[in-house]
Ligand binder design. Structure first.
Ligand code: NAD
Length: 453
């Protein structure tokens, strides 16, 4: 059978979080038959009913379409689906442990569960962000179990790191910049197993390569490193521009002009040069630290990445110190934006999680508004924070307004109305969203980042 005539793939995606749910749904949208699996039964029930468990633009519609077409389904019982599919994707979380190394327990537990139940050749594809060497460790664990069971089947482990951006995840998955696949060329597996793995992935990603998006095969080790290197580089660009903000403030310069000036150089480019309170989220902070830990494990240091992390921390602290210094006693503070970035409800490592406790410790009353993250915020601050129905309501009687997430709704707000209902006049713009003149024109005091004001 030639690859062009292969039927759609049958796959399971284990872990239906931000990555797994989008991956499963988009593969179904592309015509494959996909079962999303999660240990969280409540999550599975919600997904089975056609509701998305995360806010991601465009996702719920695709979930419903997948369920209706029958190409997408969800279950909490991994063991029941293992032998019904050609490949198992693992997209479980790999959170940092105490030493900031990735906690791989969930990845190993999925790999072992597959090895214990498989009755035919399968492919294990790891989508989670994992340190170099993890695919090999998974394969060794799988092989040990298969040998103990005395079954003559093979389950090669492939590395397929994910690069989607929350808020743009559907588009990034359907039309990615590239797909990276790490396959081990010379394991003790049958040669045909590796060839089969390559073929299956080529077929799976055919709808992507058909639109000209590159599918890059490399070793598993290289693939695992690509993910950390990409995130560390992007984080470094953010910290590079943030490093210059204090210098700009002390020199009477404007960081936005500096970023525009250097970003127009084709060798540099304009992206990831937006100064602000630094990066957050579930990936950059943890991946930067995990990459440093991986280097340390080999007796190496990554001084550029160490500085990236230190600058990011300092950037947040510097902005928060400025806010606290300006506040009257028992201040009322309005926080605009709780998610770590716009177009997502994800609050992992969001600046709001650092600022709100600091404000509360300083006897402030906090009223917050976020278009999509308030339900998640209520799990962290059920009573401590007041949640407003609109951005404007949140600013009522506030001594200061602090913008932490650049949601569109804040960009378009009528600043004169904000000033009218506030008690004080300070606006802290953690994302350099506003023109200082506009804010000042509305009668407020503007505090941006890297602008000397
Ligand atoms: P998440 O926490 O949103 O989702 C993980 C899911 O796995 C949860 O639904 C959880 O219930 C489930 N799970 C945990 N253990 C399980 C098990 N043993 N069996 C079945 N399900 C299990 O995490 P995420 O943000 O989707 O990230 C997943 C991985 O992808 C991480 O390694 C992350 O670093 C990486 N990644 C994330 C992003 C992103 O933007 N979120 C982007 C690229 C890569």
């Amino acid at each position: 059978m030639t690859s062009a005539t292969l039927p759609p793939m049958k796959l399971a995606v284990v872990g239906t979080g931000y990555v797994g749910l989008v991956t499963a749904t988009c593969f179904a949208e592309l015509g494959h038959s996909v079962i999303g699996v999660d240990i969280d039964e409540a999550k599975i029930k919600t997904l089975q009913s056609g509701k998305s468990t995360i806010y991601e633009p465009g996702l719920e519609e695709l979930i419903q379409r997948g369920l209706q077409s029958g190409l997408l389904s969800f279950t909490a019982q991994l063991t029941e689906v293992i032998n019904d599919v050609d490949m198992i994707f693992s997209a479980v979380a790999t959170p940092p442990d105490e030493g900031y190394r990735a906690d791989l327990r969930a990845v190993f537990s999925v790999a072992e569960a597959v090895a214990k139940q498989a009755t035919k050749d399968l492919l294990f594809v790891n989508k989670s962000t994992v340190p170099v060497g993890t695919a090999l460790k998974c394969e060794e664990r799988i092989k040990k179990i298969l040998t103990e069971r005395g079954v003559n089947i093979e389950i090669p482990v492939v590395s397929n790191p994910e690069f989607l951006r929350e808020g743009m995840a559907v588009q990034d998955t359907l039309v990615p910049d590239r797909v990276i696949v790490g396959i081990h060329p010379s394991t003790s597996l049958r040669t045909s197993s590796n060839e089969r793995a390559k073929k299956l992935l080529e077929e799976l990603y055919r709808p992507i390569t058909r639109i000209g998006r590159p599918l890059l095969f490399m070793s598993r080790e290289s693939a695992e490193i690509v993910k950390y290197a990409a995130n560390s580089y992007l984080a470094t660009r953010i910290s590079f521009i943030n490093m210059l903000t204090e210098f700009a403030e002390l020199s009477g310069a404007d960081i936005r002009d500096i970023a525009a000036g250097i970003g127009l150089d084709h060798r540099i480019g304009p992206k990831f040069l937006h100064a602000g309170i630094g990066y957050g989220g579930s990936c950059f902070p943890k991946d930067v630290k995990a990459f440093l830990a991986a280097a340390a494990d080999r007796g190496l240091t990554f001084p550029i990445i160490e500085a990236t992390d230190a600058i990011n921390r300092r950037q947040r602290e510097r902005f928060f110190a400025k806010i606290l210094k300006s506040l009257p006693k028992k201040a009322r503070v309005c926080v605009w934006g709780l998610s770590f970035k716009p177009r997502t409800d994800d609050m992992r490592e969001a600046p709001s999680l650092d600022l709100i406790p600091l404000l509360l410790k300083n006897d402030c009353t906090v009223t917050a508004f976020d278009p999509f993250a308030m339900e998640n915020a209520k799990k962290v601050f059920p009573k401590e924070v007041h949640y407003a129905a609109t951005a404007l309501d949140a600013a009522k009687d506030a001594d200061a307004v602090v913008l932490l997430t650049e949601w569109d709704v804040f960009r378009g707000i009528d600043l004169k109305e904000v000033k009218k209902i506030m008690n004080g006049r300070n606006l802290f713009d953690g994302r350099n969203v506003y023109e200082p003149e506009d804010v000042e024109g509305a009668g407020m005091a503007y505090h941006g980042i890297g602008m000397g004001r």
